[in-house]
Design a protein around this ligand. Structure first.
Ligand SMILES: *Cc1c(COP(=O)(O)O)cnc(C)c1O
Length: 374
């Protein structure tokens, strides 16, 4: 890689915005504590830097999806609790217990595996029980939870500590009734089996915190809003955390009939001017932006022409004055009075901000504005 992280294409990150979004969520959550979700490399932003900046806020725990991500946090020196939210393959349970990661339990077999691993290492392991109230992908079905929890508490033994109990909303950004229904199922499931105060209850993601904070329980698990992704069109937007930029690396006059990109899917009409940007789908720029997406060049919104290639894309800069090689184009973020949001890109690509953000590839340097003066 070039020693200049802004030579070609890069992600610019604003730590102040990350912290402001965190504080807004924490205020929304009231007395509930924060479990920031830092899975998938902190939604593509870069987990080491995200965690370092969130640490001083003293969250209750960090949330990850996989044991490997949890071990990554330990290797960064994170001492506070780390909760692994996706069901853990049996082969990873021992690694998790050895690194003091909290596993989420949705079956008695899973609980037994944790107990066995804790015994093997002669240490205690904390677990969070997941109740499935409609998400359907993991956890104990809420209708079975009463007897299940009694069996579960019976096999805990001295080495397994029951630390938490949670459910996940399938439509936190949708109808209020569905959230109420899942909440009611969760309460029914807990019944009298969960001693209040001892076991931390958590339900809400970003949307949940901002729309239905009355269900904040003991802790909340926000992700997307922290990183500048909207938690719903009806909600105040977060402060943008990331901008995606790329250099203009080639400029040309496109004569009538010139074609752009694989498949020659775009053809210049009258005389046009095109700029090649040093970013493609190999960087995570969705290929779906071909002939549909936009970039900002010198503060002007210009269309992508032709298909997005792995490493470059072409935009039509006809009528934009003074564009030259070395100029910086914006694929996500602001330039002058114009802005392209991560949601704009997701809409064109017919997906959600989460997929666009987690798809940003390792080839893009993450440039934090307080470190690199971006
Ligand atoms: C990813 C995740 C979250 C965070 O959801 P956002 O919509 O990003 O706020 C919360 N809880 C669980 C279990 C998750 O997997």
């Amino acid at each position: 890689m070039s020693t200049n992280p802004r030579a070609r294409a890069w992600i610019e990150l604003d730590p102040g915005a990350l912290l402001e979004n965190y504080d807004r969520l924490a205020r929304g959550a009231g007395r509930a504590r924060m479990i920031p979700m830092v899975k998938a490399n902190a939604y593509g932003l870069g987990v080491a830097d995200a965690v370092r900046r969130l640490e001083p806020r003293d969250p209750m725990a960090f949330g990850v999806a996989t044991v490997e991500e949890g071990i990554g946090l330990r290797e960064l020196g994170v001492r506070r609790p780390v909760i692994v939210f996706s069901p853990t393959p049996p082969g990873s349970v021992r690694d998790a217990v050895a690194r003091d990661l909290r596993l989420c339990i949705g079956s008695l077999e899973a609980a037994r595996r944790v107990a066995d691993a804790a015994a093997a290492f002669d240490r205690t392991a904390g677990v969070h029980v997941e109740v499935d109230t409609g998400m359907g992908r993991s956890g104990v079905d809420w209708r079975d939870a009463g007897p299940w929890l009694r069996t579960f508490t019976g096999l805990l033994g001295p080495r397994v500590r029951w630390e938490g109990c949670f459910t996940h909303l399938h439509s936190a950004d949708g109808e209020r009734e569905s959230v109420e229904l899942q909440w009611t199922r969760f309460q029914e499931a807990l019944g009298s089996s969960v001693p209040p105060g001892e076991v931390v209850r958590h339900v809400l993601n970003s949307s949940g915190v901002l729309r239905t904070p009355e269900y904040a329980a003991d802790a909340v698990r926000p992700g997307i809003f922290l990183y500048g992704g909207s938690a719903g069109p009806d909600l105040p937007p977060p402060r943008p955390v990331l901008a995606l930029r790329a250099r203009v690396v080639h400029v040309k006059d496109a004569l009538e009939g010139s074609t752009s990109g694989y498949g020659a899917t775009y053809r210049a009409g009258t005389r046009e001017r095109w700029a090649t940007l040093a970013i493609g789908y190999g960087d995570g720029l969705p290929r779906a932006l071909g002939n549909r997406g936009h970039a900002l060049v010198r503060g002007v919104r210009v269309p992508v022409v032709g298909r997005v290639s792995m490493d470059v894309s072409v935009v039509n800069i006809t009528g934009v004055d003074g564009v030259g090689v070395g100029d910086v184009a914006t694929l996500v973020g602001r330039d002058g009075g114009e802005e392209i949001t991560i949601e704009d890109v997701a809409a064109v690509a017919d997906t959600i901000s989460y997929e666009v953000m987690t798809g940003l590839s390792a080839r893009l340097p993450r440039v934090w504005s307080d470190v690199d003066g971006a």
